[in-house]
Write a protein that binds this ligand. Structure first.
Ligand code: AMP
Length: 498
């Protein structure tokens, strides 16, 4: 499967490629608009193939920009409006793009050239042709994720990896393979969105996006869900939990829904059970994978039998083209034993963008009879049982909060950027094995007259550096931070501080 070839076969189709709260885009429009935008990018950048930053939220323009970039032979870097300015700037500083495409207000940053695609009046330019498109081995997109140094790292995914992933994702579930309506929950700067976006584009389906605002209000959200009448749902389990909190989230609301696809965090028995009960016509799939392996590499259909059989649920069987080994250092451990999950195969990332140190740590290549096999050390703990992979947490300080991936060190580094915060340590507070919120302890140099006010101030300052979900809910001002004997922050003791 090649996504761009498929899009060409849909280029006169009047079917909808995307529907948002206020806008629509047909496959014909997607093809034509991306052609002229690709020509524009080529004229602007010449032979310079540096990746292009695409800034915005969930308007159809985002889709046009992504396809235009790859048609011009350049990777795109999606950046959602929810990413705060200083983090966007860190991404720009890392990429050093020749052009930034924006479909939301962007403003100016240094000398970087920003083109507001909404005013796209460009005609002419050098027409693009398939010879100029990204090739299988070229980078298709770069998604930035939280890095432990406080600066995000860019995961590079090739066109070949994306094609392999998409073909597999489309094989999940006993449903029609073409012309579906697929719900998109995640912002485009998170790799979960790659699942709905490219499953949709490859099958001439309609991507029904749920904008940020629409997700924050039940009435509006449920009205949107009813209107979209989707048949496929892609989200984090956390988002399903939010919806399940309202009893009207059931098959009556979305009568055609046949398939739930989850990835990114633990799918609990409770969530799966509630969905199976409320949506008797739908199948529920748990999938697992990090951004570095192109969204997901394992899958399992969770029916009531499996849900009763396993607690916690497995993350499933390994997809074709991928191998997973459970390792203890360089050694593969026997089935049933726990170790680090190492993923190898045709969807493993080409590495982090301009980050040799992290690449050396996380990726390696082995020669398999003349074929080079790329592997990624996930930092996830797991084991195999009955041919299925089970996930059991992290071996480092990466966590998931409401589906968002972050390194605790990243949160700490950015908290220490707040004036007055001399030292900070952060821990996740969990309930039933699921992270509920972040708690931070800070050594604070400023005068504290009113703790609450000061805490608010620190939070507001911190929100300038990181997305809202990375700002700890609780901040405790302390005299000293507990340390272990070997001089590390004692996170166990931190948990106990009230
Ligand atoms: P991201 O790169 O944002 O997709 O985050 C990847 C990480 O999320 C993985 O390394 C796991 O720690 C976690 N994760 C992904 N899928 C699952 C799953 N199905 N169950 C539990 N954790 C998951």
């Amino acid at each position: 499967m090649k996504i761009l070839d498929l899009l060409e076969t849909y280029k006169v189709s009047e079917r909808l490629a995307m529907i948002s709260e206020t806008e629509t885009l047909t496959y014909r429009e997607l093809w034509e608009k991306s052609e002229s935008l690709a020509a524009y990018i080529n004229d602007k950048c010449g032979t310079d193939k540096t990746p292009v930053i695409v800034y915005g939220h969930k308007s159809p323009w985002m889709m046009v920009c992504f396809i235009a970039c790859v048609k011009s032979g350049r990777a795109y870097v999606p950046v959602d409006i929810s990413v705060p300015k200083s983090r966007v700037e860190a991404i720009i500083d890392s990429v050093e793009p020749r052009i930034i495409l924006a479909s939301e207000e962007f403003g100016a940053y240094r000398d970087y050239f920003c083109y507001d695609v909404r005013h796209n009046t460009y005609h002419g330019g050098t027409k693009v042709s398939p010879e100029g498109y990204v090739r299988e081995e070229d980078i298709f997109y770069i998604i930035f994720t939280s890095g432990s140094t406080g600066v995000p790292k860019g995961v590079q995914i090739t066109y070949g990896a994306l094609n392999h992933f998409t073909e597999w994702a489309l094989s999940l579930g006993q449903i029609e393979k073409q012309h579906k309506k697929i719900i998109n929950q995640a912002p485009f700067s998170f790799d979960l969105s790659v699942m709905d976006l490219y499953m949709s584009l490859a099958s001439e389906s309609c991507l029904c996006v749920l904008e940020k605002e629409a997700q924050q209000e039940y009435k509006r959200l449920f009205e949107r869900l009813a209107v979209t009448n989707a048949d496929v749902w892609v989200s984090t389990p956390s988002f399903a939990d939010v919806c399940l909190a309202d009893p009207s989230f059931n098959q009556k609301l979305i009568p055609n829904l046949r398939l739930f696809l989850f990835c990114g965090e633990t799918l609990t028995n409770k969530t799966a059970g509630a969905l199976l009960q409320r949506f008797p016509k739908a199948e529920v799939y748990n999938t697992y994978g990090p951004t570095e392996s192109t969204v997901a590499v394992t899958e399992v259909k969770v029916d009531s039998k499996l849900n009763g059989q396993f607690q916690p649920l497995p993350v499933g069987r390994v997809k074709p083209g991928t191998q997973i080994h459970i390792m203890d250092g360089e050694k593969i451990v026997p089935e049933g034993e726990k170790g680090e999950i190492v993923i190898s195969g045709n969807t493993v990332s080409a590495g982090y963008f301009k980050n040799q140190k992290e690449n050396d740590r996380a990726f390696y290549v082995t020669d398999q009879g003349g074929n080079l096999l790329r592997s990624y050390r996930t930092g996830d703990k797991g084991y195999f049982k009955d041919g299925m992979l089970f996930y059991c947490g992290r071996i480092d300080l990466q966590i998931k909060l409401h589906g968002y991936r972050m390194e605790l060190e990243d949160v700490e580094e950015n908290l220490m950027k707040v004036p007055g915060v001399k030292k900070a340590a952060v821990v996740p507070v969990s309930d039933n094995g699921k992270v509920k919120y972040l708690k931070a302890c800070c050594i604070y140099e400023n005068n504290i007259e009113d703790k609450r006010r000061e805490m608010k101030k620190v939070k507001a300052e911190m929100a300038k550096f990181v997305p809202d979900y990375m700002v700890p809910r609780k901040i405790i001002f302390v005299e000293s931070i507990p340390m272990t004997n070997n001089g590390k922050v004692d996170r166990k003791k931190l948990q106990e501080i009230q």
